[in-house]
Each structure stands twice: as C-alpha cells, then as structure tokens.
Design a protein around this ligand. Sequence first.
Ligand SMILES: Nc1nc2c(c(=O)[nH]1)N[C@H]1C(S)=C(S)[C@@H](COP(=O)(O)O)O[C@H]1N2
Ligand SMILES: [Mo]
Length: 366
Amino acid sequence: MAQALRSDPVGLIIREKEPTNLETPFDQVDSFLTPTELFYIRNHFHAPALELATYQLRIDGAVTNPFSLSYEQLRAMPSETRVATLECAGNSRVFLIPQAAGVQWELGAVGNAEWTGVPLGALLERAGLEEDACEIVLEGADRGTPKEPPVPRGPISYARSLPRHKALQREVLIAYQMNGRDLPLDHGYPVRAVVPGHYGMASVKWLTHVHVVREPFRGYWQTSDYGYWDELDGNPVRRALGEVQLKSEIARPRVYERIAPDQAYRVSGAAWAGETDVTEVAVSTDGGQTWTAAEFLDPVRRHAWRRWTFDWRTPAEPGRYTLLSRAKAANGSVQPDQHEPQYGSYVVHHALPIEVFIDDRTGASV
Ligand SMILES: Nc1nc2c(c(=O)[nH]1)N[C@H]1C(S)=C(S)[C@@H](COP(=O)(O)O)O[C@H]1N2
Ligand SMILES: [Mo]
C-alpha cells in the first residue's frame, strides 16, 4: 500500500515548524521546474493522513448527479499534465515596512511545477451543474482553529471557492502528481486542486469535497483571511483574493550578498503573471534610476514563470547598491514601484529592492 511521503526538507528555510511552513531558498533555484523537495510548503494546520484505500472525493451541492470517486476511479479518468507557478499570496511579506502579521516569507514562497490530474471541469460536467450554480467550494481534510482574527468558534476545515467560470477552465486540475511523482504529504497527498493563475490559497490540498453552491461562499478563508479592500462607488468593499498579480523577482544576487567590484556578474530571476503573459523584464542596478532589458530563458507559456538573466558589470566603487527588477505583461500591466495598500499583508508584487555590497574584500576569509 502506497504511503504518504513526507519529503525531506533538505535546504528549505523554516518559517514555522508546525504547522509546516517552509520556504524555498530562491537563490538556489535555477531550473524551470522547481524540484519537489525544494518547493515551498504552506500549511495552515497539521497535515492530515489520508489513506488511498479509503480515500473518497465527494462532488455534490447544486448538481443533478452528485457522486463520489475513489482514488482508483480518479486515476482511471483521462488526465492532463500542465506546468503552473504557485505563489503564496503572502510571498515577500517580509519586505513590508512596518512589518505585517503573518508568516515572514522572503522571496521563496513561489515555485513552478508540473502537475498531473483530472480537469475539475470534467468532474463538474459529469455531476451536471444546476443553472444557478455560482461557485465551487473546494474543501480539504485538514482542520483546526485559524490564527488571524476574526476567528470563528471551534475548529474549521480549509475551504476556498472558485467562480464557476474559472472552475470550468481546462487548466484547473484535481491533481495527484507533481513533477511526475505522486504528491508528497505536505503538497496535498493524495489529491489536491491546482488553480493556475490564482494565488496558492486557491489550490486546496488534501481535497475531499467539491461542493457546488448557489450563492457566493463567505467562508473564513474567503473573507476574514485572503481578502482585500476593493472600492465600490467610493466605499471600500471586502473581496476574496484570486488572480495572481504580475511580479518578477531577483534570485541572484541574494539579499545582502557581497560581490567583488568591476567584474562580470550574471543577475538572474523569474517573472510570472496570473491570467496574462509576461512580455518584458527590466533590471536596475542603481536603485531605479536607469533600467536595462533582461533576456528571457523561457518562452511564454500561460501560467508558468519565465526565468530571465541580465549581465552586469559590477561597479568599481565599493558600497551598497540596490537592484530592482520590473516586469511588464501583455495586458499592459506593469509591476508597481510600491506596495498597494489595499492588499494589506498580501499581494506584495511591487519591484522589490535587493540590496548588495560591492566589496573588494570578497574572497578573503571571514
Ligand atoms: N487543505 C489546505 N490546502 C491548502 C493550504 C492549507 O493550509 N490547507 N494552504 C494553501 C496555501 S495558502 C498555499 S500558498 C498553497 C501552498 O501549496 P504548497 O504547500 O504545495 O506549496 O496551498 C494551499 N492549499
Ligand atoms: Mo498561501
């Protein structure tokens, strides 16, 4: 009988020991696909132990034909494999001044993997959506008491909804494999949702229940947490986070790296967007005064990141320098210079300042 794999967290950065919250050392990722063992882990609760033999996925609610699937039945359905970038909505929170509550992610609560599974749309088609079905609630088997107020009474499960239209897109997968192997325990074994183009919170792990609802779902993870302030007729209104906003990150140099003067240095990073394509990345090595176009290593592929590089001649003058990268996308959007306050402690997608030290003592023993 297959066992849930607790992958060895080799090289991951501890942000919280239990529940498990581990960050990818972003400077160490240079492949298009993030190796599974280096992929960040974001768990709100203790990871539940699900058994393949008894696993059931229930699809019910506003459908004509509710049904349950065993793991074997799910595996027997036609599958698709897609590459998608997952970014936690709280990624880069550590850059916020003043500090915001929540896990202090730096650059590595993001990864790009290949996911295999059954399109959610195929399951919904089989269930037959009622005409007035408006959202699809995805619920995981993990339960607990959340941290951020206002906190509901008693333990709750992790549940998020998708608008009907998004849930029916072919890219939304009920996945059982990551990078060609069965999901490890912390990435949702045995079955998770993967919602390309949306922040990570939409990709519900340990998925056991797909519930079709007739009115917008107002659960904790949709309102209290993972929400932001939009504006309607001059009044702030609370909305659920969804689509990923355009972002680029510098992987190398690392934050506060020490670099020798007057030498060739290859700056590298990645850029991604939600429901559009990254078309341009520019790099500044002087705190944003001048910008030069970077070169892409990867072609445009919707929902997958594009790695990029920029060849820098480091300054002869020792000192502290600020590097920035800024992406543009096919829909005309540009990465902002500053954090957008309506997003609170989420969606930190502005051009992040990476400070480095040009130092001629580089190479000397420390
Ligand atoms: N059931 C469940 N699904 C979940 C979560 C969770 O705590 N429980 N965390 C979400 C969040 S906030 C993110 S960013 C992604 C992270 O996926 P990963 O741990 O595989 O990187 O899972 C999402 N799915
Ligand atoms: Mo997240």
